[in-house]
Ligand binder design. Structure first.
Ligand SMILES: Cc1cc2nc3c(=O)[nH]c(=O)nc-3n(C[C@H](O)[C@H](O)[C@H](O)COP(=O)(O)OP(=O)(O)OC[C@H]3O[C@@H](n4cnc5c(N)ncnc54)[C@H](O)[C@@H]3O)c2cc1C
Length: 72
């Protein structure tokens, strides 16, 4: 479902449900999460890309990131 805001929020909610004993998998083409509401600050030059993104390695270990560009 992608590691955007909704992919990350949904995976964290699902992970915390006791009935979910299997790992959660997210298919994502990028290595990092970016916070879209910060894009105008990047356009204006008041934020750098590194200030509005985090590497996906910080996710909890129960959430697997499958790094690929999934077209279907
Ligand atoms: C300037 C700005 C301000 C905003 N302010 C607000 C606000 O105040 N309140 C609010 O609720 N919302 C706001 N939004 C909207 C909010 O950012 C979006 O609704 C939200 O980011 C959508 O999240 P998402 O996870 O659905 O999609 P996205 O954030 O677009 O994430 C989709 C993910 O899927 C990945 N992906 C896409 N296609 C593929 C593929 N083929 N294979 C693998 N991976 C793929 C992408 O790389 C991406 O990481 C704002 C947006 C902007 C730009």
């Amino acid at each position: 479902m992608g590691a955007g805001i909704w992919g990350l929020v949904t995976s964290n909610i699902l992970k915390d449900k006791p009935e979910n004993r299997t790992n959660i998998k997210i298919v994502e083409q990028k290595q990092y999460f970016q916070f879209p509401p910060s894009y105008p600050w990047m356009m204006l030059g008041t934020r750098t890309p590194n200030q509005v993104q985090r590497n996906l390695d910080i996710l909890k270990k129960e959430i697997d990131i499958i790094k690929e560009d999934k077209q279907q």
